[in-house]
Design a protein around this ligand. Sequence first.
Ligand code: SF4
Length: 364
Amino acid sequence: MKYLDEYRDGELTRGLIKEIAETTTKDWVIMEICGGQTHSILRSGLDQLLPTKINLVHGPGCPVCVTPLELIDKAITLAAKPEVIFTSYGDMLRVPGSQKDLFSVRAAGGDVRVVYSPLDVLKIAKENPDKEVLFFGIGFETTAPANAMAVVQARTQGLENFSMLVAHVTVPPAIVALMESPDVQVNGFLAAGHVCTVMGYWEYEPLAEKYQIPIVVTGFEPVDLARGILLCVQQLEKGQRKVDNAYTRSVKREGNRPAQEIIRQVFEHCDRPWRGIGVIPMSGYRLKDEFAKFDSEKRFPQITEITTQESEICISGLVLQGLKKPNECPAFGKECTPQTPLGATMVSNEGACAAYFQYRKRTG
Ligand code: SF4
């Protein structure tokens, strides 16, 4: 196989689904960790084609969804400052804070700009030496190397007006938190192929061993996903509990070493709150002390006191832990739609609630 279309091939996907059906004898709950995978599953209808004994639940791997409300409110407060140019990937602009979102800050005259790379932000900083130029550095391990590179470049270029509001999270501690939860219902994980392209999958091996759970590195197209599910079911049925790689065209066990090295150079692990879930120990990245001058929270220490109020009816925390499906939320498709989102899982392009709304509407 050489081309993307081949990974969307209906006949191949149906063949894999048939194999899954022939292999499955018991009820299994399998969680895809990444929101991109959730959307692909819903878009292709893969979940509805699987045997009813396979229950796919959707994990916390949408970085926009798990960025804490407190940090969104900090971003909004900073973006409204007249001396600030606030830059971000586009999907953060519509995420509701306690009172408003970044779009409304821009509508009110704030200088909020969408960028496609953190390196673009350095150019903006260079062109606007009289402004503080901030970048909302969110994401899993996938975006961390580029963000780390931007910080290194800012130091090399002697930029004094660039900083990053860091909201990075990492996958392995989230798996630990899910498996340590008394409510855990997951029998197997599909690990996110793009994260593993950067980090490899050696980090998952002790987790599969400790929690006796299969973890299958999986891609994003229907053939990739069906193959990942098949490998996971085969392990479960045979009583095996290990890491498999169903995304060999992109992922090696050791990952991308130079990318990991630049992450290690710039970031260190820290406890991080996940929206809807709570604090997960050592699940985040923060800038090392030697890069503290590029940390927006240190440059603007007055923003550390913000307190927030979540929607009382939103159950996105349960959705992100695979304990509920979006269409089990009483607000789904009623008070909460992509136009009137109550939680980040309805806003983000990778959010599970948005995927259900887009592909399943209100029928479930
Ligand atoms: S449908 Fe809306 S209110 Fe319900 S869990 Fe999803 S984001 Fe929250």
